[in-house]
Design a protein around this ligand. Structure first.
Ligand SMILES: Cc1cc2nc3c(=O)[nH]c(=O)nc-3n(C[C@H](O)[C@H](O)[C@H](O)COP(=O)(O)O)c2cc1C
Length: 377
């Protein structure tokens, strides 16, 4: 567990203030330019901060002690350049990716919708540098004590006539990826959270998905037998998911964690757009309440047997507390980092520790599932 950094020097404080001011104005003019600036500020260490630490924020889960429950969601760092620096500045853990076996240089379009604190992402594949390149980057950072996972998926297409062969190819594709990352990370996330991708159709077929997860789990153990990364599944926000069937399968296959939820292409959520028929998936604030409700249902159905990781629309300590009460042990942010900047983890952690104290709770751990439990009686 690490949450240590020397106090900021005078020049670090000045650079940071200056950088923040420029970024703040850039955000008003062009969110895309502000995003690039933010990435530059992180990798060039212009945005260092003193992490907020409190014993009440420690979380024991997935066989680790997390310094705090606030993590970086997938999609933010596909270059292994930003996660470790953000963790030094106050995040509790990170997730790299999504990575696929082969590199993919297709462009990904993002549209910021500041009035709704939402982001529309148009992508028909997973742009990334490919697993072999990633493996080398992971080797270079492997001695760092930060808790970091790798999110993997596959861009293979389904031939409608032959689902059996698709599953066979998919398994091979994912196994090729696993062997390059398993020895160097703390968890591996299988990403089914991009609605529209062939692999994501598996969330509606828990029996087939269960067989695939069993294979993946065996392969992770084979390639990392001594310190075996945990296996996590990431799903989209989708009102059609059969929570009970999926939960029973995850328990049966001893999957360690579930991220609820990634993107959404649901009609109800796309109503925030001037034209809801537009292609793409939504991230950000509009996901907050629906995904909290889905999380609560998974907490009740999994009965605390699986670590739940909340994702979707968390911007404040209050939002994080709602997710924890609904059953989350950990929380991930993406849109909030882009909209609020890198100080967001410290801000949320500070607010969260105050909320815990006001509610007479000694730790985050004590708050997990508190509202979900009320509904079960
Ligand atoms: C620009 C962008 C790119 C993303 N790329 C990925 C990705 O590659 N893999 C993934 O699993 N999720 C990806 N996500 C989804 C986020 O990890 C997260 O699940 C989603 O944004 C909801 O969280 P938020 O409301 O805090 O943004 C991306 C999100 C955004 C905004």
């Amino acid at each position: 567990m690490t949450q240590n950094r020397a106090p900021l020097t005078f020049w670090e404080k000045i650079t940071k203030q200056l950088f923040f001011a420029i970024w703040f104005f850039a955000k008003k003019i062009s969110p895309d330019a502000a995003r690039q600036l933010l990435y530059w500020g992180i990798s060039d260490k212009a945005l260092v901060s003193q992490p907020f630490a409190a014993p009440s924020l420690h979380m024991e889960t997935l066989g680790k002690t997390f310094p705090n429950p606030i993590g970086i969601a997938a999609g933010f760092d596909k270059e292994v350049k930003y996660n470790d620096e953000l963790i030094r500045n106050g995040f509790g853990f990170g997730e790299l990716g999504t990575f696929t076996y082969k590199p993919n240089h297709a462009p990904q379009k993002t549209h910021f919708i500041p009035a709704k604190r939402a982001i529309l992402v148009e992508s028909e594949s997973f742009p990334n540098c490919g697993i072999v390149n990633l493996g080398n980057k992971l080797i270079a950072r492997r001695r760092l004590p930060h808790i970091v996972g790798v999110n993997i998926s596959s861009s293979l297409d389904i031939d409608e006539r032959n689902i059996g062969q698709f599953l066979e190819y998919l398994e091979q594709d994912l196994i090729h990826s696993i062997q390059h990352v398993a020895p160097y990370c703390d968890f591996i996330t299988l990403n089914l959270s991009h609605p529209g991708m062939p692999i994501s159709t598996l969330i509606h077929n828990p029996a087939q998905l269960g067989l695939l997860l069993r294979q993946i789990k065996q392969q992770i153990k084979k390639f990392a037998p001594i310190i075996t990364p945990k296996l996590i599944l990431k799903i989209p926000y989708d009102g059609q998911i059969n929570v009970q069937l999926l939960s029973d399968m995850l328990i049966e296959e001893q999957v360690d964690g579930l991220i609820v939820a990634g993107f959404s292409a649901s009609k109800s959520i796309k109503q925030i757009l001037p034209d809801p028929r537009v292609k793409g998936c939504i991230a950000g604030e509009p996901l907050k309440d629906p995904s909290t409700e889905l999380l609560r249902r998974f907490y009740l159905a999994t009965r605390g047997k699986i670590t739940l990781i909340a994702c979707g629309g968390v911007f404040t300590g209050r939002d994080a507390f709602e997710k924890i009460k609904a059953g989350a042990s950990l929380i991930q942010l993406h849109s909030a980092i882009l909209y609020e900047g890198v100080e967001i983890a410290n801000k949320i952690n500070r607010e969260l520790s105050l909320i815990l104290r006001k509610n007479g709770l000694k730790s985050v751990q004590e708050a997990v599932g508190k509202t979900a439990e009320l509904f079960s009686h």
